[in-house]
Design a protein around this ligand. Structure first.
Ligand SMILES: [Zn+2]
Length: 145
């Protein structure tokens, strides 16, 4: 089973579980996947970006996450983020706000956010980064070198 972060055309993000990538593509083509919020069946994967926020105590991490570095480091930075950042999934904006207002302990978090949530975070003066993620690997074994 694999999990995909999915998004409808109205920007609702949700998680979908599929047997494999082909199963996802089949179901997506047939319109069998629908948004739990608005029932939209035009669904796409959001592998391209996810949002992360580092805690104020870890300035060096922020310095490493400049756009240039992310592009250069690619897989390394993603591994780093996966190991060092709490995955809060769709609650990213909520968690970032909680940390911002001292409701929860400052920590590194990552997750997905909608455009509307990003606007709110910017308005609140919360810094976060968007990291390009590689597309989910195709299940073609011959492509493995
Ligand atoms: Zn929706």
């Amino acid at each position: 089973m694999i999990a995909y972060d999915l998004q409808c055309t109205n920007g609702h993000a949700f998680e979908g579980w599929f047997e494999d990538r082909k199963a996802y593509l089949d179901q997506q083509k047939k319109g069998m996947i629908s948004c739990p919020v608005c029932n939209d069946t035009t669904i796409s994967i959001i592998p391209s970006t996810f949002a992360i926020k580092s805690s104020p105590v870890s300035k060096p991490i922020e310095a490493q996450l400049q756009d240039d570095h992310i592009k250069k480091m690619g897989r390394e930075i993603i591994d780093f983020v996966e190991k060092n950042f709490d995955d809060v999934g769709c609650d990213f904006a909520k968690e970032a706000l909680k940390i911002h207002y001292g409701v929860t302990e400052p920590r590194n978090i990552r997750g997905v956010s909608t455009k509307a949530e990003e606007k709110t975070l910017k308005k609140e003066g919360i810094q976060f980064f968007k990291i390009p993620m590689p597309a989910p690997p195709d299940s073609d074994p011959s492509a493995d070198s």
